[in-house]
Design a protein around this ligand. Structure first.
Ligand code: PXP
Length: 253
C-alpha cells in the first residue's frame, strides 16, 4: 500500500533563530527530530534575502537527510545564484518557486505562461539537470490547466500545487468545490505524462484531511502549522500526529 509523503518545511525554525541572530534553535536539529519521527523529507527555502534559512543550513540539513536516507527538498527562486548553489549541493529535489522580495511568504505559483518567466524556469531546469543529473525538480504552480500544460514542456519531474487559496477558504469555511475540481483536473493533466503531483502551502491538519480524502496528491510540504503546533505539543508529536492521519488515506483507496 502506498501512502502520501510528508515533507516538513522547517524554515520557521530559522525564522525564530534569526530573530535574535543566535545559533539556536538549530535548523538541523529540527530536521533530525522530524526525520526520526517519520517525516519523509525535509524542505527548506533559501531565500535571496536570507531572511530565515542561511547558507550553512543547506549542507547541515542535507547531512541530516542523508543520515536518514531521506530526500532534501531545496526550495529556491530561479536566480543564477540559487541555481549555482543547487548545482553544488545536489539535493535530491529542487522545488522552483517565484520569489518576490517584499512578500511574507511565497505568493502564487510560477507563471510559466509568461514567456520571460518560462525562459527563466526553463534555463534553471536545464542547468540543474546538466550539472546535477540526479536532482529531481518540482515546479510550484497554481492548478491552472494552461500553466500545467506549459510545465509539461519543461525538463522537470513534478509539480507542487499551491494550496494557499484552498487553505484560506477552508479556514473561512467557504465552499471548496471549485478548488477540489481544479486539483482533480490538474492531476489528469500531470499524470498523462507520469509526473509527480505534490501540494503545499497554508495547510493545517484539518485542511489536509479533506485533501487526503480526495487521494489526488502523493506528497505534501507543510511548515507553518507544524512549527506553530510544535510550540504547544513538541515537534515530534506533531509530525507523528500528521503522519498518523496521512496513513489513514492510502493513495489507492
Ligand atoms: N511549499 C512551498 C513551495 C512553499 O513555498 C511553502 C512555504 O514556504 C510551503 C510548501 C509550506 O507552506 P506552509 O509553511 O504554509 O505550510
Amino acid at each position: 500500500m502506498k501512502y502520501p509523503r510528508l515533507g516538513v518545511n522547517i524554515d520557521h525554525v530559522a525564522t525564530l533563530r534569526q530573530q535574535r541572530g543566535e545559533f539556536y534553535p538549530e535548523v538541523s536539529r529540527a530536521a533530525d527530530i522530524c526525520l526520526a519521527s517519520g517525516a519523509d523529507q525535509i524542505t527548506i527555502h533559501l531565500r535571496e534575502d536570507r531572511r530565515h534559512i542561511q547558507d550553512r543550513d543547506v549542507p547541515d540539513t542535507h547531512n541530516e537527510c542523508r543520515k536518514f536516507k531521506r530526500p532534501l527538498n531545496f526550495e529556491m527562486g530561479c536566480s543564477d545564484e540559487m541555481v549555482q548553489i543547487a548545482c553544488n549541493q545536489k539535493p535530491e529535489w529542487v522545488c522552483l518557486v517565484p520569489e518576490k522580495r517584499a512578500e511574507r511568504t511565497t505568493e502564487g505559483g510560477l507563471d510559466v505562461v509568461d514567456p520571460n518567466n518560462y525562459l527563466r524556469v526553463k534555463n534553471a531546469c536545464e542547468t540543474i539537470k546538466k550539472k546535477s543529473p540526479n536532482t529531481k525538480i518540482s515546479l510550484f504552480v497554481e492548478a491552472n490547466p494552461e500553466v500545467l500544460k506549459r510545465c509539461l514542456t519543461l525538463n522537470a519531474d513534478a509539480v507542487e500545487i499551491h494550496t494557499g487559496e484552498y487553505a484560506k477558504d477552508f479556514l473561512n469555511k467557504k465552499d471548496l468545490s471549485s478548488h477540489l475540481k481544479m486539483y482533480r483536473e490538474g492531476r489528469t493533466i500531470i499524470k498523462a505524462q507520469g509526473w509527480g503531483y505534490h501540494a503545499g502551502h497554508g495547510l493545517t491538519l484539518e485542511s489536509l484531511e479533506t485533501l487526503l480524502s480526495e487521494r489526488q496528491f502523493e506528497e505534501y510540504n507543510i511548515g507553518h502549522w507544524i512549527i506553530g503546533e510544535a510550540l504547544f505539543f513538541g515537534l515530534s508529536d506533531v509530525v507523528k500526529k500528521m503522519l498518523t492521519l496521512m496513513n489513514k488515506y492510502p493513495l489507492e483507496a
